[in-house]
Structure formats: structure tokens, C-alpha cells
Design a protein around this ligand. Structure first.
Ligand SMILES: [Zn+2]
Length: 412
């Protein structure tokens, strides 16, 4: 039985602190953006540690790293776990790093205990998750999963015009492994929550069931610019006469899909923007989110109907521009139950939750059974040098990762 196995919390903590020295900032965070010298240094440290643990490291054409521990049945697809080692320019010590070094600690624990698994295990380090130096975010896992093609990935440039392809060559991480999916039995990503829910509820572990879907729009209303004093109200074509009804009805739409729906108006502008003239055009930024794709689509359709009805009622022209979207992700039932089973066996206080942020696990989930494990971070703060997580919570999260990986690796 392996139920009594526990990871070495101090060893994991020391590994996180050692990596945090590379690119350390004065205020206690890290600046180790993708494919900088600092990222190269940490990649070498990580590779050395993997090789010392007896793992075989492969690097693919996007610089993604895969470190493999054989199973007793080498025909089985591996159980994988990982995240990213790059940071924001004013990033913290834990975002991403926890998921990679936690997976390494799982391997070290199994090595110490002499425990073999049926399926092989692999640790992953995805290139440029943060999207801070090279846009977009999650480009390494995005190319790997087929979301973007390789040429697109290699040609992403930073502000100086230096491309990912050039930097991979310079650092020696333009690997020979094809950047494409291979069969995977189960994939896990342990991560700080980057929100306040676990901390506020006094919980240790989030069993992550999916990632919410998001849709961004610019809603435009076109009226007629006329004099504020001389034009009677009933003959005006005033975008604001529709705007206030649209706002009220969209909040109402959100409450029809409560409690998970999010409706946000983050920006508004009017043309010409003169105090004594009815606006000719009003532009409103709308952000709709929901963890269930069907609900998000219902909100999308409802929003379009509301804008059309209210624009017509106020005798206005209108336009709805789609700016960006990301579909809702429901994680794999077996992977979720492996995490839930591990948490219950270990006895940590927990809840199920949906991620409000994007992660490499979103792209991985397109091609492999996937789920995530969240641990609390202080005040929900992330992408910030003040980002903090407690040694006890980190240890707990890694124990959950260990037993979730064992369950999937040894399942029939
Ligand atoms: Zn991250």
C-alpha cells in the first residue's frame, strides 16, 4: 500500500526558494520572463535535478521540457504533471513554479520509497505561459496542443523584435522532439488559486472541476448629435436612452445565470464627448463569463437580443463586435475524482471550484484527460511580488498531487 506515503515538505520548500533566487527582485518576488538568461538558468537547474532523480529529459521544438520516469509497463501512456517556470516582470515565487517543482518532489518521494508505478510518469515545463515577454500567454502548451502552429509560435517577438525561435536557439532549447500531443493517461497541474476563495473559507485544497468561459465584446450604439437645449426629448436619437436599459437588462441576464455568471462593464466612451451635445456614438466594453458553456452561449444570445431590442426602441443604429473569447472547460471526471479521492484520504479541508484564470491545463485538456489542484495564496494576490503561499499548504497540495498521480498511474 502507498496510502501512507507523504512528500518531503522541507525539500520542496527549499527547491522553490532556490529557484526563486534566480531573477529575485528587491521586494521579494521574481522577474524571470520566458527565454531570458534567468529562465535559461532555471531550466538548467531543473534539468540537473531531473537527471539526478534518474529521469530522461526531452525538449520539443517550442522548448517545452518533458522529464520521464519509466513505469513497470512501458507500453502505457504516461501520467503527467507540471506547469511553467517563467514569471511576470513583477511576479512571485509560486505561480507556475509550484506545479513543476511539486511534480519533481513527487518523483523524489517515490524514488526514496522505492515505489514503482504501472504507467510512466512525466514532469512538464511549458514555455512562455505568462505571455509577459511574448504574446499570447500559454504559447508553449498552445502550440503543443494544436491551438497555434509551430511557425506562429517561433515568430512571436518581444518588444525588441527578438523572437521565441531566436531565443530558443540562443539558449539551446530548440529541441528535436516534435511539438505535438502524444498519448497521455492523465494530466495534473497544481497551482496557487490566484483568488481569495480558499483563504476566505479557511480551506486547504481546491478540487478544480474546470475553467470558466469568457467572452469580450464592444457594443456600439449610434445616435444623432444634436443640441442639448433646443432638441425636444421625444425627437432625439440618444444612445444613452438605450444604454441605461441595456445595463439594467444585462445585469438581470446575469442574475438569471447566478451565482456563477459574471457581467462586467469595464470601459465606456462617447463621441464627440461634449457636455451639451447628444452623443453620436457610445461604445461599451462588455465582459461575460460563466463556467458552463451552454450558459455562456445563452448569455451571449440574450445579450445580442437585448442590444437589438433596446437600440431599435430608441431608434438607434447598433453593432456588437466580438473582441475575444475562450470556451468553458470541463475537466476529466477520472482526473477530478483522483484528486477528490486523494484529498479525502488525506483529510484536508477542501471544496470544488472552477478556475477564473487561464492555465496551461486548458490547452492540455483539449488533447488529454486533465484536472487541477489549487492551494490558497495570501489575500488572493498573484502576478505580484507579494505573492505568498504557506509551507503547510504547499506540502498539502503536493501530497494531493502525489496520491492523484499514483491513483491514475496504477489504475487498470
Ligand atoms: Zn501560472
Amino acid at each position: 500500500m502507498t496510502d501512507s506515503l507523504r512528500i518531503n515538505g522541507k525539500r520542496l520548500w527549499d527547491a522553490i526558494m532556490e529557484v526563486a533566487r534566480v531573477g529575485a527582485t528587491e521586494r521579494g518576488g521574481c522577474n524571470r520572463q520566458a527565454l531570458t538568461d534567468g529562465d535559461g538558468t532555471v531550466r538548467r537547474i531543473f534539468r540537473d535535478w531531473c537527471e539526478q532523480a534518474g529521469l530522461t529529459v526531452r525538449v520539443d521544438e517550442m522548448g517545452n521540457m518533458f522529464a520521464r520516469r519509466p513505469g513497470t509497463n512501458s507500453d502505457l501512456p504516461p501520467v503527467v504533471a507540471g506547469s511553467h517556470l517563467d514569471t511576470q516582470p513583477t511576479g512571485g515565487k509560486y505561480d507556475g513554479i509550484l506545479g513543476v517543482l511539486g511534480a519533481l518532489e513527487v518523483i523524489r518521494t517515490l524514488n526514496d520509497a522505492g515505489v514503482e508505478t504501472l504507467a510512466p510518469l512525466e514532469i512538464l515545463n511549458w514555455t512562455n505561459e505568462e505571455g509577459a515577454r511574448f504574446s499570447p500567454a500559454m504559447i508553449g502548451s498552445g502550440v503543443w496542443s494544436g491551438q497555434f502552429d509551430l511557425e506562429y509560435g517561433h515568430n512571436r517577438a518581444d518588444k525588441e523584435g527578438i523572437t521565441i525561435g531566436q531565443e530558443l536557439n540562443r539558449l539551446g532549447y530548440a529541441g528535436s522532439e516534435p511539438c505535438r500531443p502524444f498519448p497521455i493517461r492523465a494530466a495534473f497541474e497544481m497551482h496557487i488559486e490566484q483568488g481569495p476563495v480558499l483563504e476566505n473559507e479557511g480551506l486547504t485544497i481546491g478540487v478544480v472541476t474546470g475553467v470558466q468561459g469568457m467572452r469580450w465584446y464592444d457594443v456600439k450604439l449610434f445616435g444623432q448629435p444634436v443640441h442639448a437645449g433646443t432638441t425636444p426629448m421625444e425627437v432625439r436619437r440618444d444612445p444613452f436612452m438605450a444604454f441605461h436599459r441595456i445595463l439594467a437588462r444585462l445585469y438581470e441576464l446575469g442574475s438569471q445565470h447566478a451565482p456563477e455568471a459574471r457581467v462586467t462593464f469595464g470601459d465606456i466612451s462617447v463621441v464627440p464627448g461634449s457636455r451639451n451635445t447628444v452623443p453620436e456614438e457610445l461604445k461599451l466594453a462588455v465582459d461575460l463569463r460563466h463556467p458552463e458553456q451552454s450558459s455562456l452561449e445563452a448569455m451571449d444570445a440574450g445579450m445580442r437580443t437585448i442590444v437589438q431590442e433596446e437600440a431599435e426602441r430608441a431608434n438607434l443604429g447598433y453593432q456588437v463586435d466580438d473582441e475575444w473569447h475562450s470556451s468553458a472547460v470541463a475537466f476529466d471526471a477520472h482526473c477530478i475524482s483522483a484528486v477528490r479521492g486523494a484529498v479525502e484520504m488525506l483529510g484536508y479541508p477542501h471544496r470544488e471550484m472552477v478556475s477564473g484564470a487561464g492555465h496551461d491545463a486548458v490547452y492540455v485538456s483539449h488533447v488529454a484527460p486533465t484536472s487541477m489542484i489549487f492551494i490558497p495564496c495570501a489575500d488572493g494576490i498573484s502576478h505580484n511580488e507579494a505573492e505568498d503561499a504557506s509551507p503547510a499548504d504547499i506540502e498539502a497540495g503536493c501530497n494531493v498531487l502525489l496520491h492523484a498521480m499514483l491513483e491514475r498511474a496504477n489504475a487498470d
